[in-house]
Design a binder for this molecule. Structure first.
Ligand code: ZN
Length: 274
């Protein structure tokens, strides 16, 4: 599933490419992804201009000039692909936004869990409050002090599933949670109450460094993720434990172990991580 670095990459690229563009028409191949009847959806979106694009957690928000917004969640396999010209589409393309200059934005989704919800812009904050997202880990106001305070309330929880809890922190999923634990040299199943001050600081640093670096490399294409140009993210060579079961630890050569933690496959080094 695309996580914060992947969705942030898509956001930044879309900001460069489609802000100011006017939507000529929307082709909707399948109604399952949208929250309104096809004709209502088209009526609201067509003839509007894209005026803003933002991200909250793993959600993209596209503001339109008529005070409506599109809320897009890619879930497991959603892709947003930008094409300068009319191009061939495949069977996994479910929506096509045609802009007046001839360019297009395609929504592809192999496993079909994603959604594109059209809501009035004034209702976005209400929508986000209902989602109950935790803080954005790369925002300036997400300080070490704030992180410590949040952890105090979660002392009985295991650290790695907690990092993935969207109501605790926004945007971290299974890939980066494993990497953060490795960076901090913490076993992913450690309870929060057992973490020392130094270890908490290391987790905090890991969150900020790893997410920032992953964004700089346009994310990790561990599954179907592609950026808007159809290119894979380039962070995979920097992943230290994710997907490396039975391979030697890059730090100490011990075999990387995998366990299931809160239902998710989790890799770690039994020697580097304590
Ligand atoms: Zn190791």
């Amino acid at each position: 599933m695309p996580e914060l670095p992947e969705v942030e990459t898509i956001k930044k690229q879309l900001q460069n490419k489609i802000i100011g563009k006017k939507i000529k028409l929307v082709e909707i191949k399948s109604p399952r992804f949208i929250n309104l009847p096809i004709n209502d959806f088209k009526k609201i979106v067509e003839k509007t201009t894209v005026i803003g694009i933002s991200r909250r957690a793993k959600i993209l928000i596209i503001n339109l000039s008529n005070n409506w917004s599109l809320i897009i969640h890619l879930k497991l396999t959603g892709q947003l692909i930008y094409k300068e010209n009319q191009s061939k589409i495949d069977k996994h393309t479910h929506l096509i936004f045609h802009f007046t200059d001839g360019s297009q934005l395609l929504y592809n989704d192999l496993r079909q869990f994603g959604y594109l919800k059209l809501i009035e812009s004034k209702k976005i904050s209400e929508f986000l409050i209902e989602e109950n997202f935790g803080p954005e880990p790369l925002e300036k106001d997400f300080t070490l002090e704030k992180f410590k305070k949040l952890l105090v309330k979660k002392s009985r929880q295991k650290i790695k599933p907690l990092l993935m809890d969207q109501t605790f922190l926004a945007g971290i999923g299974n890939v980066y949670a494993q990497e953060i634990c490795f960076y901090a040299k913490i076993l992913p199943y450690r309870k929060v109450s057992t973490l020392s001050e130094r270890e908490i600081k290391k987790i905090y640093d890991g969150i900020r460094r790893i997410l920032t670096s992953a964004i700089a490399h346009r994310g990790s294409s561990v599954d179907t993720y592609l950026d808007i140009y159809g290119l894979k993210g380039e962070y995979i060579p920097f992943l230290k434990v994710y997907g490396r079961e039975n391979q030697p630890c890059l730090n100490c050569k011990t075999k990387i172990k995998t366990i299931s933690l809160a239902g998710r496959g989790t890799c770690f080094c039994p020697s580097c991580q304590k």
